[in-house]
Ligand binder design. Structure first.
Ligand code: GRF
Length: 203
């Protein structure tokens, strides 16, 4: 299964996926890493791992739909079957999503549907929740609202700051995202409404 990873920045989740593939944890390879920002630190991580990269600045396109079409074409041209957003800070519309049915996923640093949108870890901290975490979900045209593939919870401790909580959530993300990709690429599953179900192997 060929993955395409979209990033905008640091790329620590990209690194977790690269590392999981390197130790044979999933039957997948990364065909391309695409960033909308030329200064994304994650690009160097891909290059270091010998993975082709592409910078596609959204500002170079007339509108969102034009960007979506170009991005989808770049991924299709490289044979990408599963698109993984890893800190990609652009909304993708129907012109993109409809070209990859049930094949665009994202990781979000909260237990969705709580705390969608930006700065989710700080939202959770300031709300005073006692359990926080991360979610991998299918991407739909609605922000952070697609069917949930898997989640991992972490505790919120009395001594936490928003920063220490975010670091604990990020550690969970680095386990959860490769695990989710491994399950999606390595077995059978179906989506019914909002429910994602992993099916037992036959025989
Ligand atoms: C992560 O917290 C992820 O959940 C969110 O953006 C951040 C990306 O971090 N969508 P990185 O670039 O993978 O280090």
């Amino acid at each position: 299964m060929k993955l395409g990873i979209l990033i905008s920045g640091r790329g620590s989740n990209l690194q977790a996926i690269i590392d999981a593939i390197a130790i044979g944890e999933m039957a997948a390879s990364i065909a391309v890493v695409i960033s909308n920002r030329a200064d994304a630190a994650g690009l160097a991580r891909a290059t270091q791992a010998g993975i082709p990269t592409l910078v596609m600045p959204h500002k170079a396109y007339a509108d969102r739909a034009a960007y979506d079409v170009a991005l989808a074409a770049a991924l299709k041209a490289r044979g990408v079957e599963l698109v993984c957003l890893a800190g990609f800070m652009r909304l993708l519309g129907p012109a993109f999503i409809n070209q990859f049915p049930n094949a665009v996923i994202n990781i979000h640093p909260s237990l969705l549907p709580a705390f969608p949108g930006l700065d989710a870890q700080r939202q959770a901290f300031e709300h005073g929740v006692k359990v926080a975490g991360a979610t991998v979900h299918f991407v739909t045209a609605d922000l952070d609202a697609g069917p949930i593939i898997c989640q991992m919870a972490v505790p919120v401790l009395d001594a936490d700051t928003a920063e220490t909580l975010a670091a604990r959530i990020l550690d969970a993300e680095h386990q959860l995202y490769p695990d989710a990709i491994g399950r999606l690429t390595g077995g059978r599953w179906k989506v019914t409404g909002r429910r994602v179900e992993f099916l037992k192997a036959e025989g």
